[in-house]
Design a protein around this ligand. Structure first.
Ligand code: AMP
Length: 564
């Protein structure tokens, strides 16, 4: 976004980007309503065949920004053996994630997508390559390995994407990248995405990109001060704990009316159902609904029969809801501008508004950018604990009782208190009445504890800092020492070889759910029934919380400090 266009609100649709109908149908089926800014900027030149140098962090929608153009150029239901697209990524997690995205978008085209990374059995990858693929998504180490074995043919490659290029350089893959790029045709299209643009990356770009379009997303536009006076909080939560965290935050905040923003229609529908299942009065609002359905939803919100609106940006555009007190971002928005727009819906006419964002540990950098663009601080907190919630609920009950004492006509209950007072102490009668009132308010004490995770205080500040939290998978490429250098804590994980756990699974789980990188993780020992992993002492509790909440190899495992 080099010009001053505010692409987050100019109404550009996917149809405007020149994408083929198979892709448009896939996007519509996924519930994507409009392209994110990076997609608006990157897709047209990429579809034209230009090279591109893009600076964008995770969460901006950059995967689709390069994946869709790669698929745009693909012959549908192609049967040739050699791949035409190559995406290089720093970690196995990202390889899997990007492959899944390509697969989702390219389903109707019959796109054959193969993730290739170290740690996975090479035989299967060899077999898939042998039978033919369209797009290979690879970590550089494994790609080079396959190239050297003569199994990966790059002679037909039309597009190469380097995703999270700064990460790849940080991990020592520079030479591997050069060697791989040298094997691809000169005429290829080259796309490079990176969260940061260190000088070394410039050199690589100069050598391998030709007259690239440059795109920087989340530049610091003169939007500071636009944000209204709103209390802004971000809660750091592992992805798996998001529904529970949202419930917790809603319970604590007790909004009069709130909008919860999601990225896609599917997310809107799923979350609305979850919230209603948990006893909230939520209504969905998205672009797939007719005007009549939307009007009905708005009527219910205005009339007070619903107090939560779960919506996509598009659907909520232009809505002005008088009683709105809270805006909740179920995900960190894909562009700072959309954050500013969203929170602009509260805090009007001098009333206090509240904006809450649920951020995953790896979304630290995007949140920082938003904070800068919005021009006002976002306080980062851990999710309120069960104890916090109980205290807050008692507060609410106390408030309700106080109101009743001040206002209501209570005389008709006098006979109940008086008869009970013959038998019990007045204090006891009051306690029982408070208990009943408390429970009638829906305050059941069966809440689950949500893991407490935080951003690492220095995450993203290191030279060539990382934004995605994706770490190196052991067994693919250079092994770094722990980069933090501080004291290490040894953690016990109650699943080992017997459960199919490999070091990469632990690295993946830790880096995926916390702000740690592959190089923060020290020695990993996999035993028959358990595993030991070293992490920086300062992050040990965060890792324990995150690992407890997540599935490792499809199962939950005991995680604690190792006592041996
Ligand atoms: P990325 O920055 O590529 O990691 O994407 C972040 C998330 O946004 C992914 O979960 C995508 O599925 C989702 N996403 C990407 N583009 C869109 C879009 N245009 N509308 C809604 N969701 C999107």
């Amino acid at each position: 976004m080099d010009d001053e266009r505010d692409t987050s609100t100019d109404g550009t649709t996917f149809d405007d980007l020149g994408l083929r109908p198979e892709l448009l149908r896939a996007l519509s089926a996924l519930g994507y309503e409009e392209p994110t800014p990076i997609q608006q900027e990157a897709i047209p030149p990429l579809v034209e065949g230009r090279d591109l140098l893009g600076q964008a962090a995770t969460g901006t929608g950059k995967t689709a920004a390069f994946a869709l153009p790669v698929l745009q150029r693909l012959t549908a239901h192609r049967t040739d053996r050699a791949p035409v697209g190559l995406v290089l990524v720093p970690t196995r997690e990202l390889a899997v994630q990007v492959s899944e995205a390509l697969h989702r978008y390219g389903r109707e085209l019959g796109a054959r997508v193969l993730p290739v990374y170290g740690g996975a059995p090479i035989v299967r990858q060899l077999r898939s390559l042998e039978s033919g693929v369209d797009v290979v998504v690879a970590t550089p180490g494994r790609a080079l390995d396959l190239l050297n074995r003569g199994s990966l043919e790059l002679g037909e490659i039309a597009t190469v994407v380097l995703d999270e290029a700064d990460e790849m350089l940080d991990m020592g893959f520079a030479e591997d990248l050069e060697a791989i790029l040298d094997e691809t045709p000169e005429s290829r299209q080259t796309v490079l995405f990176s969260a940061t643009m260190p000088r070394r990356l410039d050199a690589l770009a100069r050598r391998h990109l030709s007259d690239p379009v440059r795109i920087t997303i989340a530049r610091e536009k003169a939007q500071a001060g636009e944000a209204p006076r709103v209390r802004q909080t971000a809660y750091v939560v592992p992805r798996a704990a998001k529904p529970a965290a949202l419930g917790r935050v809603l319970d604590i905040e007790a909004p009069t009316a709130a909008i919860v923003f999601c990225r896609t229609r599917e997310e809107v529908d799923a979350l609305t159902e979850t919230l209603n299942g948990r006893g909230y009065r939520a209504e969905a609002l998205h672009g797939g609904m007719s005007q009549e359905q939307r009007d009905r939803v708005m009527g219910r919100l205005r009339g007070g029969t619903a107090d939560l609106l779960v919506a996509t940006d598009v659907a909520a555009r232009g809505l002005d809801i008088e009683q709105l007190t809270h805006v909740v971002n179920y995900d960190v928005p894909s562009a700072p501008e959309s954050y500013v727009h969203r929170i602009g819906r509260v805090g009007r006419a001098g009333r206090e508004g509240v904006a809450i964002t649920l951020a995953e540990p790896r979304e630290h950098r995007m949140l920082k950018t938003i904070e800068r663009v919005a021009g006002s601080p976002i306080s980062v907190q851990t999710v309120p604990t069960v104890a916090d919630l109980r205290a807050r609920r008692l507060d609410l009950t106390r408030g309700a009782l106080r109101e009743s004492l001040l206002g209501d006509d209570l005389d008709r209950f006098r006979v109940v208190v008086e008869t009970l007072a013959d038998e019990f102490d007045l204090m006891e009668v009051a306690l029982a009445a408070v208990k009943l009132a408390h429970e009638a308010g829906g305050a059941a004490d069966d809440d689950e504890e949500i893991p407490q995770v935080t951003f690492r205080p220095d995450a993203g500040k290191r030279p060539g800092g990382r934004e995605s939290g994706q770490g190196a998978a052991r067994g693919d490429g250079p092994r770094g020492r722990r980069s933090s250098g501080g004291p290490a804590a040894r953690l016990f994980v109650g699943a080992g070889r017997e459960a199919g756990i490999r070091p990469g699974d632990l690295v993946g789980a830790i880096t995926g759910e916390t702000g740690l990188t592959g190089r923060d993780i020290g020695a990993i020992e996999i035993h028959q029934r358990f595993a030991l992993v070293e992490v920086p002492e300062s992050a040990a509790d965060e890792v324990i919380g995150a690992l407890k909440a997540t599935m490792i190899k499809g199962r939950k495992a005991t995680v604690r400090r190792d006592k041996s």
